[in-house]
Design a protein around this ligand. Structure first.
Ligand code: NDP
Ligand code: 2IT
Length: 444
């Protein structure tokens, strides 16, 4: 039998050359499932590794839209429909100049494993555009969303593929995308999640990813006889995930020391307060302000939060590969040995290995940030039954989903040096579920 690593590396080199982020995501998962793979001949017989790595399809299209000054602009749009083994394709849309096929393949691949962990019937997908909404007017963003949907609509549907938000796509953009979809189709259906609750969105969806991170973290701490109360937390990012993680952490009596954006870090020496959250939510989410202009906290231009020394927990909630090996060394040197990922793949390969080798408590993104897609799943249920549930119900469901995800992460692993290897456990769980479905569904 060929060397395990060769199987997927050769395949990736041949079929997805230059897709660095995608290679990184595949390697991270496959290295953890090596023993599992060798323990069952069926996996080789049915060629599950190559089939898992290859997306069902990648749709790429031109998005042509008009700027306020009348100039005609072009962007590229994509939807990567990765696997629908467990349900309709499901995953967010990202608008950011760094978006390319490699980034979307990594996100789509991760999403398949994340969605498997939720226990809900959801496949994996991801999409978006290299469109940069920074500096655009509200009308320009609306016209872009409409042009994007004029191409995407033919590939999605409430039982086919159900996109949602991600970086720079919040409920405002989902509203524009949804409006265009129902206009074209003359049909109201739950084709997108993350909608405004006033027209079919789920209450609690906006908060769900950040709150879910904190619920997962609490479960992780409890399983190691620790608690969240009074722990000092470093958060990166200041978008939807970061701010809601901060709010829930404050409500749980933890001390939030920082948030950040791509320009620098906002440091709260005595911890952020709920009033600060309200101010920042309005400033960042509604007004799209930059942290350097936020008139609270101390702004550290060009710095990442990881240089702050007196902390206990790190929550990277901005973007992929934002925390590198040097940052990991700095955190570990400062005694910070608990880390939970709010963003998707926020650690470089080197940083991740450093944390795992240091026997740190490490909550992987596909488990810790799955609360968002899970409440998207609840939004689909509400749309299907033409009903809406109240926030108490959603919050209870979210807490129980995050506890179940935690338990699934440790279902196939034991503590090593008194620490559960959550990342390995999450990868094995997702692999068994996806590979099992693939074999059961035959060669298709
Ligand atoms: P937002 O657009 O709301 O916020 C993104 C934040 O990350 C902003 O503060 C942004 O700062 C910062 N950021 C983006 N790119 C960079 C960069 N290159 N360097 C430093 N900071 C950067 O997005 P979300 O909060 O929704 O998403 C954050 C992460 O969470 C992403 O990885 C996303 O995939 C993941 N996620 C999101 C879910 C959701 O429900 N929204 C669900 C699960 C995961 P700036 O404005 O300066 O760019
Ligand atoms: O990365 C993610 O899980 C998301 N961006 C949310 C996807 C969703 O369908 O709610």
């Amino acid at each position: 039998m060929a060397d395990f690593r060769e199987i997927y590396r050769d395949y990736l080199e041949k079929n997805h050359p230059g897709s660095d982020e995608f290679h990184q995501a595949v390697e991270e998962i496959f290295e953890d499932i090596k023993d599992e793979y060798h323990n069952d001949d069926q996996y080789d017989e049915w060629n599950v590794l190559e089939r898992l790595m290859e997306p069902d399809r990648i749709i790429r299209f031109r998005v042509c839209w008009e700027a306020d000054d009348g100039k005609v602009k072009i962007n590229t749009g994509w939807r990567v429909q990765f696997h629908n083994l467990l349900g309709a394709y499901k995953g967010g849309l990202r608008f950011h100049p760094s978006v390319n096929e490699s980034v979307l393949k990594f996100l789509g691949f991760e999403q398949c494993f994340k969605n498997a962990l939720t226990g809900m019937p959801m496949g994996g997908g991801k999409g978006g555009s290299n469109f940069n909404p920074k500096g655009c007017s509200q009308r320009e963003i609306m016209r872009f969303c409409q042009a994007f949907m004029r191409e995407l609509y033919r590939h999605i549907g409430s039982q086919t593929d159900v996109p949602a938000g991600d970086i720079n796509v919040g409920s405002t953009e989902i509203g524009y995308l949804f409006g265009e979809y129902i206009k074209i189709k003359n049909q109201w259906e739950g084709v997108l999640t993350g909608k405004n609750p006033s027209f079919g969105g789920s209450c609690g969806r906006e908060e769900a990813t950040g709150y879910g991170v904190i619920y997962f973290l609490k479960n992780m701490l409890k399983a190691h006889d620790k608690e969240l109360k009074e722990k000092r937390i470093l958060i990166s990012g200041s978008g939807n995930v970061a701010l809601h993680a901060a709010k829930k952490a404050i409500q749980e009596d933890a001390i939030v020391l920082s948030i950040s954006d791509s320009g620098g870090t906002l440091y709260f020496e005595n911890g952020m307060k709920l009033d600060d959250f309200d101010t920042l939510y309005d400033f960042k989410i509604n007004q799209k302000g930059r942290l350097k202009d936020a008139k609270i906290g101390s702004y550290m231009e060009g710095d990442k939060p990881w240089i702050i020394k007196e902390a206990d927990i790190a929550l990277p909630c901005a973007t992929q590969n934002e925390l590198d090996e040097d940052d990991a060394t700095e955190l570990l040197d400062n005694g910070i040995k608990i880390l939970c990922e709010g963003a998707n793949m926020p650690l470089t390969d080197g940083a991740r290995k450093k944390f795992i080798n240091a026997k740190a408590l490490y909550g992987p993104a596909k488990a810790a940030n799955a609360g968002g897609v899970a409440v998207s799943g609840l939004e689909r249920s509400q749309n299907a039954e033409l009903n809406s549930w109240d926030i108490d119900r959603i919050d209870k469901e979210l807490q129980s989903i995050m506890e179940n995800i935690h338990d699934r992460c440790i279902q196939y692993v034991k503590k090593e040096n008194d620490i559960y290897p959550y990342s390995k456990g999450a990868n094995i769980y997702g692999f068994k579920k996806l590979a099992g479905a693939m074999i059961a569904q035959g060669i298709v």
